[in-house]
Ligand binder design. Structure first.
Ligand SMILES: Cc1cc2nc3c(=O)[nH]c(=O)nc-3n(C[C@H](O)[C@H](O)[C@H](O)COP(=O)(O)O)c2cc1C
Length: 336
């Protein structure tokens, strides 16, 4: 039996040549990972196609050189994000753990989708997994609005970028909301007064919404779906709130587009990582300039765009969402 027996599209594999990646096409069995088209690669003939971390898609005519990946690929994925593996030790992970870590490190914002519906049961699984996210004091201050009506969808996605406005109708649109209402409402007419109508109420609901968004992104990555948060939606906060019927103390934190990713996916977006954002014992401000300079140098050629610091300076040289505080006050939140 070949070492690759039982491998199927979606599995991570390690090859004898040292490359690691996801098996995306099995040309012999006529199977493809969602997002990959057998027709596009038919000229390869037989064998399998692996989307390697190190070298992009690689054709292996003989699958006997492949084996299920253990911790392989994790150090390479860390290096793509951070420039180096950063002293990690992945060898002790079991196969499922290694697979989960790889999928998280391999996640990237997806703004190009295939026109293929996400089965409703799978979507509900992703939504449920998101809603199982941790919640500050179990207060459960975040909600999802699943936008299904085409007219409402057109309204909430307006001005969010061509990639979203022109996305196939099969791309699901969710709006993740912070919810300070449910908790306040529990006190209505009860003996215990609500004694926490201050900034903490907004802060906690924002935190829960961010955690919910993150868990949805994680669940989507585990399910092989592509996703991209859309906080530019907040530029039209009043309109979004009206379109979705958001009551007082409920605000849109971010949209989320979810669907099957089109291939090729966007490259992995490098991050500042441990050299700039991991501090030990005491916050290190002195190392920041050097860490950012090194990050700029590493990231520039990868993303083929201005250095990160330059790009962010330009982006935030223009005022954005100056009415956001007023919007939240209008929703009933206090800032003091
Ligand atoms: C809260 C939040 C809001 C975001 N809003 C937008 C958005 O409005 N439009 C967009 O194209 N991407 C948006 N993104 C995606 C980020 O641009 C993306 O995560 C970032 O560039 C890093 O890339 P990566 O996710 O591929 O690692 C958002 C991400 C987060 C976490």
């Amino acid at each position: 039996m070949s070492p690759a027996a039982g491998l199927a599209p979606g599995d991570w594999v390690a090859a004898d040549d040292g490359l690691t990646g996801r098996l995306v096409l099995d040309l012999d069995a006529g199977q493809a990972l969602a997002g990959w088209s057998l027709g596009d690669w038919r000229q390869l003939g037989t064998g399998v196609l692996v989307e390697t971390v190190q070298a992009g898609p690689v054709h292996y005519p003989d699958r006997a050189v492949l084996r299920p990946a253990g911790p392989e690929g994790i150090a390479e994925l860390m290096a793509l994000r951070f420039g180096s593996g950063g002293g990690i030790e992945a060898a002790g992970l079991d196969r499922a753990g290694a697979e989960a870590i790889r999928r998280l490190l391999d996640r990237r914002a997806c703004r190009r989708f295939r026109d293929e519906a996400v089965p409703e049961g799978l979507l509900r699984l992703v939504l449920g997994t998101g809603l199982a996210a941790p919640s500050k004091s179990d207060l459960q201050q975040a909600d999802i609005v699943w936008v299904r009506d085409p007219a409402i969808r057109a309204d909430v996605t307006r001005g969010c970028g061509d990639w979203l406005e022109a996305a196939p109708a099969t791309v699901e649109i969710l709006v993740i909301c912070g919810d300070g209402r449910r908790l306040a409402a529990l006190h209505a007419g009860e003996a215990e007064p609500w004694a926490n109508d201050h900034f903490d109420a907004l802060f906690n609901a924002t935190g829960d919404a961010a955690i919910l968004l993150c868990q949805l992104l994680t669940a989507a990555a585990m399910a092989g779906l592509g996703a991209c948060p859309v906080s530019v939606m907040r530029n039209r906060a009043e309109a979004i709130s009206d379109a979705l019927g958001l009551p007082d103390r409920v605000f849109p934190f971010a949209g989320l587009a979810l669907g099957w990713p089109a291939e090729p996916r966007a490259p992995i977006s490098p991050r500042l990582g441990p050299s700039g954002a991991l501090h030990v014992d005491r916050f290190d401000t002195e190392g920041q300039a050097a860490a950012i300079a090194a990050y700029d140098a590493r990231r520039g050629p990868v993303a083929q765009s201005p250095a990160w610091s330059e790009a962010k300076r330009r982006q935030y040289a223009t005022a954005q969402r100056t009415g956001w505080g007023e919007f939240l006050r209008g929703k009933g939140f206090r800032m003091d």
